[in-house]
Design a protein. Structure first.
Length: 354
């Protein structure tokens, strides 16, 4: 029960809306979305006074990006830089350019990312893509671009990996994504329902999402304390779909999750939403089979009903009902891409799991 301002009602999935009703409902969420934007900037990216805030987002999210920029300036950001993307332009580029083009990052792009990171910028990425945007595109091309960006924009990459820069990833709907999740709805109703689902999963539907995230993080701290106190030797994942996976843990491993702390002690949340506690497993002690229960969306391609078999830490066999070539590209990215870098636990009674 939330006192004070009334919350928008949970949408009834059995009743469809007219365009006018859907647009009115979405308008009713606008104040809540603004609170979500404030959460993303102040708790997620944790932008500091005088520092740059860098927002990476699709052009379809322009309205939400304006909210984020406004909240960034209100929080004292020295400047807000927006890096736009567009899936249709990406598809044209992947269609007409050779894979070698994507194996290098232009000098001006490297300079931009590395300079922003070196100057202490906070980075806010808006995840809002079409799950089917790159169907038919050679998956080696987006994989090559991702690898090049991660290795050649080294100051930026290390800034995020080693806590020199604060950063967060948040969700926002696009029409294509919303229609994929709610295929029987009009685009107007799908966008409303998608926004509502994102706000609920992100624990951002109340009057004070920032206080809610403080409570949420307290739960993380308790769970990490319990897990780290046990110092388990291994995890054993089993499921009725055939999963039977033994994951060895490193001696002295640490469970993480929830808030992170930068080298300057700034507290930030790398993911909104997040419900997982995670650790890095022993790269050589992973054996058995793991099956997917949900599709994997990777660089505009969807992989469905897939599985991996591990022996002594390496993937030795795999398959998928759809998108096996995408999995193969991921596994062959480099010599260690066939190994697990992380394992996680997520409670069933959490919004994102539901």
């Amino acid at each position: 029960v939330v006192t004070g301002e009334a919350m928008p009602a949970q949408p009834n999935e059995s009743l469809h809306m007219t365009r006018q009703e859907a647009e009115a409902a979405l308008s009713g969420l606008r104040k809540q979305i603004a609170r979500y934007a404030r959460l993303a900037v102040t708790k997620g990216a944790a932008v500091q006074p005088g520092k740059e805030l860098v927002i990476r987002a699709s052009v379809e999210c322009a309205d939400f990006v304006r909210m984020l920029a406004s909240e960034g300036y209100a929080a004292g950001a020295g400047h807000v830089t927006v890096m736009w993307s567009d899936t249709e332009l990406d598809r044209l580029e992947y269609t007409y350019m050779d894979v070698d083009y994507f194996r290098k990052v232009d000098p001006w792009t490297r300079e931009q990312y590395n300079t922003l990171a070196a100057n202490g910028a906070a980075f806010l990425m808006v995840a809002a893509s079409d799950p089917h945007a790159l169907i038919g595109i050679d998956p080696q091309k987006p994989a090559a671009r991702m690898q090049a960006h991660n290795t050649q924009c080294d100051v930026y990459r290390k800034g995020l990996d080693f806590g020199r820069n604060t950063w967060t990833i948040v969700g926002a709907p696009t029409e294509a994504w919303a229609k994929t999740v709610f295929p029987n709805c009009s685009k107007y109703e799908a966008l409303y329902r998608m926004w509502h689902a994102i706000l609920v999963a992100s624990r951002a539907m109340g009057n004070d999402p920032q206080a809610e995230w403080e409570r949420h993080n307290a739960e993380f701290e308790k769970n990490k304390r319990i897990l780290n106190g046990h110092a388990f030797d291994h995890l054993h994942y089993t499921s009725s779909n055939g999963t039977d996976l033994w994951v060895g843990l490193n001696r002295g491993h640490k469970w993480m999750g929830g808030a992170s702390r930068a080298v300057d002690n700034t507290v930030y949340f790398p993911n909104i939403p997040t419900e997982e506690v995670f650790t890095s497993p022993d790269r050589n002690r992973i054996n058995g089979v793991v099956h997917s229960v949900l599709p994997l969306v990777y660089a505009g391609n969807t992989v469905e009903d897939f599985w991996f078999r591990f022996e002594d830490g390496r993937v030795v066999d795999f398959d998928a009902a759809k998108g096996k070539d995408v999995l193969q590209t991921i596994i062959k990215t480099d010599k260690n891409a066939c190994r697990l870098g992380e394992c996680a636990l997520v409670a069933k009674n959490t919004p994102i799991r539901q």
